[in-house]
Design a protein around this ligand. Sequence first.
Ligand SMILES: [Zn+2]
Length: 261
Amino acid sequence: MPFHYSDEVKYYTFSSFEGQSIQHAVFTRQGGVSLAPYASLNVGSTVGDDLAHVAENRLRSFAAVGRDIASMHDVWQVHGSAVVFADAPRPPQAPHVQADILLTDNPVVTLYMRFADCVPLLLYDPIRRVVGLAHAGWVGTVNKVGATAVQAMVDHYGSRPADIIAGIGSSICQAHYPVGMEVVEKVRLAFGPLADSLVQKKNGQNHFDLWKANRLTLEQAGVPAIEVSGQCTACHPDDWFSHRGENGKTGRFGALINLAG
Ligand SMILES: [Zn+2]
């Protein structure tokens, strides 16, 4: 999971995707123009930051990996399970569709999402040549957004789960993620007896392991190759924005994936 720099923009890639004809990146918060509490590479436009700064930060992010910002297809992330098949870049004037799964088989399109504790799921099928990006907070995780994404790849593109390579990106670690009983109940409903391996009681509080839950979901969906970055957004405040770690007043970092033309 090597880190890379392009000017000051710092991002990493998954070793599992190396040598594949795709580009992808999970960006840190470093290398942008936003001021505190959004310093500096904030790409979230609904968090209170100067929109001109957000636009510049997105440009820098895409430039860092050599992609044209006009190739972007993004969505309005709502903790749902809806899928967008991004057959073309999203026209700048087109409204954002509410969805948390983006898929494409078109090399012209760059899939792009924003995060600050929720789990980025990056997917690639090298046989059918399809890339995917999904956003899984606790709601998306118990609703098994990862499995929905894999099934959509199967149904829409003819992918075989056994061919898919997955990356689980920077998000909040179990130690930093105490949750209420309503979440624990949903985890039990979603994962049955395996829920005990996903929730740990510490100092009287239940902590949910988003990484393990998403890995398990992808495994159950038949995906054999899963790389977990193991980077916690709250453990590393210099590198990532953390909604929990910074009490909600923070930015969003980006992640992108595209087929190389
Ligand atoms: Zn942590």
